[in-house]
Design a binder for this molecule. Structure first.
Ligand code: MG
Length: 255
């Protein structure tokens, strides 16, 4: 083979190798720490600086909440969502239950702005608890973790029960915070077998807190259950955990 031919062949082989690698199924990780282990180290605290104005939805994004109404949301049974809307935000209403988007989504970049209650009540999991569930199954925890401790895999921006965030980037209660969640849905193949698990990258107040984290399965409390095959697109859920957490400016760019 001429040198040129060799280089060309090498280039093609290299390209194929990259393709194979990129398309290879990722395996479900084994997490060394038991679920909710109180001795699991907490990540360092990093001050993300002051909150800015709402981040405008980019072209092509689906606006899920613009501060005006809950028309994109339901109570999960097809009825209107009953959370409070006022002053450009929505707020978890007592006993109203979790709410979910009327549309389903799979892969995407989801932008969510939230604020824990300015009047601090409770501690640990009882303080400013809510959550963003991708595809109804995979929770990015919302919690007031500003000077408040809980188990590492249940703090703010944790992939609940699995991966603590890389840093604690919480702002003070009452201040607006951002999540930018880049989600790759799990893939299920023939006979509903898992082909590749869900992969999540998250920025909390602009700081990366998960870098292509691989989920072990759906979110659960005190458990890490295996994947259950599901549709390619499912609603996004915001959790009612009994605390009046606020949300504004929610949009998603489908990928
Ligand atoms: Mg929660």
């Amino acid at each position: 083979m001429s040198q040129r031919g060799f280089i060309q062949a090498g280039g093609v082989l290299g390209f194929c190798a990259i393709l194979v690698f990129a398309g290879a199924p990722q395996t479900v990780p084994k997490i060394d720490w038991p679920v909710h282990d109180e001795s699991r180290p907490l990540p360092p605290v990093v001050d993300p600086g002051p909150a800015g104005p709402p981040v405008p939805a980019p072209p092509g994004a689906v606006v899920l909440f613009d501060g005006k109404d809950l028309s994109a949301w339901s109570d999960g049974k097809g009825n209107p969502a009953k959370w409070k809307v006022e002053g450009g935000y929505m707020e978890v209403a007592a006993k109203a239950g979790s709410i979910q988007t009327r549309r389903g989504f799979g892969d995407g970049h989801l932008h969510v702005e939230w604020a824990a209650p300015a009047v601090v009540q409770g501690e640990g999991q009882g303080r400013g608890n809510s959550g963003v569930f991708l595809m109804n199954h995979y929770e990015v925890q919302i919690l007031d973790s500003y000077g408040s401790k809980t188990y590492a895999d249940g703090m703010a921006a944790a992939l609940y029960g699995q991966h603590p965030p890389l840093v604690n980037a919480c702002r003070r209660p009452g201040e607006w915070q951002t999540y930018d969640i880049v989600f790759r849905a799990p893939r299920f193949g023939a006979e509903k077998k898992l082909v590749s698990p869900a992969i999540v990258t998250v920025f909390h107040n602009g700081l990366v807190v998960h870098n292509n984290a691989v989920l072990t399965g759906p979110t659960a409390h005190k458990l890490r259950p295996p994947y259950i095959p599901h549709a390619d697109k499912l609603p996004i859920t915001l959790q009612d955990h009994g605390n009046p957490v606020r949300f504004r400016n929610i949009w998603i760019r489908e990928l």
